[in-house]
Design a protein around this ligand. Structure first.
Ligand code: HEC
Length: 148
């Protein structure tokens, strides 16, 4: 009986070990990190596309400031989503090899888009147009840090 109890205890311990440890051994965690940073990028993408519709005058301009502010907030979320070094997705290894430059690019983008939102708020969409286009430095970063 004593032996059986020992064995049962052992099996229980193994089951617990499996439940606690195995999910972290699987790729799920890394995939979560990649999914998360892509979700934030896709937020910026959708908001930029909506803004583009407004700037090309297809859609009324009521939401210009709000779109810019959402992009600004997403850009602030974005940097920390890359902090954990998880290779994969469309990220090139250079993101982490040149972290100082990558984060400087992200912060610069963030500052510019925040300023564009302020200018649009204070002076209107037309006055902010140049600032907005100048702020959308998506491609400058993608050219260096995103797989083609
Ligand atoms: C400082 C660098 C940087 C800036 C600025 C930046 N991106 Fe990205 N973006 C990346 C990297 C790196 C990836 C690859 C992420 C991954 O898949 O691991 C990416 C991926 C994407 C993706 C693909 C997401 C997916 O589901 O695969 C989209 C869409 C995107 N970015 C849109 C934008 C838009 C729109 C802007 C500007 C408003 C922007 N990005 C600004 C670095 C940047």
């Amino acid at each position: 009986m004593k032996r059986l109890a020992k064995l049962t205890g052992c099996v229980a311990a193994m089951a617990m070990f499996a439940a606690l440890v195995l999910p972290t051994l699987a790729q799920a965690d890394d995939q979560d990190v990649i999914d998360y940073r892509q979700h934030i990028m896709n937020t910026m993408d959708a908001q930029t596309a909506a803004l583009g519709q407004i700037l090309s005058t297809v859609i009324p301009d009521d939401n210009v400031v709000a779109h810019l502010e959402v992009i600004a907030i997403a850009s602030q979320q974005s940097l920390s989503s890359f902090e954990k070094k998880v290779l994969g997705g469309e990220s090139l290894p250079e993101v982490w090899e040149n972290w100082e430059d990558f984060s400087a690019k992200m912060n610069d983008f963030s500052e510019k888009i925040t300023t564009a939102a302020q200018v649009a708020k204070e002076k209107g969409k037309d006055a902010a147009m140049g600032t907005i286009l100048n702020a959308l430095t998506c491609k400058q970063c993608h050219d260096v840090y995103r797989k083609k």
